[in-house]
Write a new protein. Structure first.
Length: 382
């Protein structure tokens, strides 16, 4: 017999769809004592949110997130809105005693993220930030390889996250679909959208980042406003972001992210190089982890490609038979399964708001360095 967890979802865009799918699928594939109930979806357009709710099976709709937070029949609030709404919704939900799940990045900046984290921890409510790439089985396997000591002392960590969808100067900004280009809605550009993923994964795999030096660039300086095409607005978010860093374990890091890499659609890679081995991952080939083991016999040394679909691999025993693959949407289901299991066991799933705060502080330091042209220390999350 499962215990219901009544969900209130705020936002019905790309992430609203991804999360709704996870809520509907998780108990079909994972043996859990808690089952999500799609209680209410919330959005500013009643017609659109009602159509979304009917499609995904949400029981009711709201057009004001405050009304959703105040409902007695809601246990958890899931935030899938543009970034500028995260703070107010999360703090109000925590004060109302609701569990809070929030899309990434956690906030517009580190100050907001700290305020949210403190509110969540004062309320003592379970919380999660949806950095879903931790739940790609191949990345989870890289974590296992590192924890087993197969890499030895780590010297280098490098990551790229490359896309190409904003190259055209004719692309407008703002509105329901292009708010990520508006600093008032997003807070930052690729640093908040893409680099946040890369940093979260790096912190998980390789530990804290202590200092950074970075640079950013805005390639298209102004764009038409999507909902008012006769007007143009200056672009102040970063189109591209690169930085070097030092990790607390002594290793060096190199990160690059852009939406101006023609031909790259969602090229998200990472590589760790250690004294005894290396791992490499590419999200566009998500079911494979490349592994180099220096301990192999000399005449057999070389990169091996591990097909991460076996029952012995992270998460895969809950899905299909070995040799068959899972996709992007499954990373959200895996994330939700870990959150629900954490509620059962009392061992919170990560990343929590506290974990995501540390990612936000790294991003703040990168933008500070880009502005000053100097190295910047990463503030502590305590």
């Amino acid at each position: 017999m499962t215990r219901p967890l009544r969900i209130g979802l705020v936002g019905y865009g790309f992430m609203g769809r991804a999360h709704s799918n996870a809520y509907r699928q998780v108990n079909r594939f994972f043996d859990l004592g808690i089952e999500p109930v799609l209680k209410a979806a919330c959005g500013r357009s009643e017609g659109k949110v009602r159509a979304f709710a009917e499609n995904w099976g949400w029981e009711s709709v709201e057009t004001d997130w405050r009304s959703l937070v105040e409902r007695d029949d809601i246990d958890a609030i899931d935030i899938c809105t543009p970034n500028r709404f995260h703070r107010d919704i999360a703090i109000a939900a925590a004060r109302a005693g609701k569990m809070v799940l929030c899309e990434k990045p956690l906030a517009m900046n580190g100050a907001e993220a700290r305020e949210m984290t403190e509110a969540i921890e004062r309320a003592g409510v379970p919380n999660l930030v949806w950095f879903n790439y931790r739940r790609v089985p191949a990345i989870a396997l890289a974590k296992q390889v590192a924890e087993e000591g197969r890499l030895g002392t780590v010297f280098h960590y490098r990551a790229q996250y490359l896309q190409d969808w904003t190259i055209s100067p004719d692309l407008p900004m703002g509105g329901a679909t292009l708010w990520r280009l508006d600093a008032e809605e997003a807070g930052a550009g690729v640093s908040g959208d893409l680099v946040s993923h890369s940093v979260d994964t790096a912190l998980w795999l390789n530990g804290p980042i202590e200092s950074v030096v970075g640079m950013t660039e805005v390639f298209v300086k102004e764009r038409a406003i999507q909902d008012d095409p006769g007007r143009r607005k200056a672009i102040t978010i970063d189109d591209a972001c690169q930085f070097m860093c030092r990790f607390a374990n002594g290793s060096l890091g190199l990160f690059e992210s852009t939406r101006y890499a023609r031909g790259r659609k969602n090229y998200n890679t990472l590589e760790m190089n250690g004294a005894d081995g290396s791992v490499y991952f590419d999200l566009e080939d998500p079911h494979r982890l490349e592994f180099y083991d220096h301990g192999d016999a000399a005449h057999l040394q070389g990169w091996r490609s591990i097909h991460v679909t076996g029952f012995e691999h992270p998460y895969m025993k809950s899905w299909w038979v070995p040799g068959t693959t899972i996709g992007y949407e499954h990373t959200f289901t895996n994330t939700l399964a870990d959150f629900l299991k954490g509620l059962e066991t009392g061992q919170p799933a990560s990343p929590t708001f506290r974990d995501a705060l540390q990612t936000q502080l790294v991003l703040d330091a990168v933008l500070e360095s880009a502005e000053s042209g100097n190295w910047a220390e990463v503030a502590g999350s305590a």
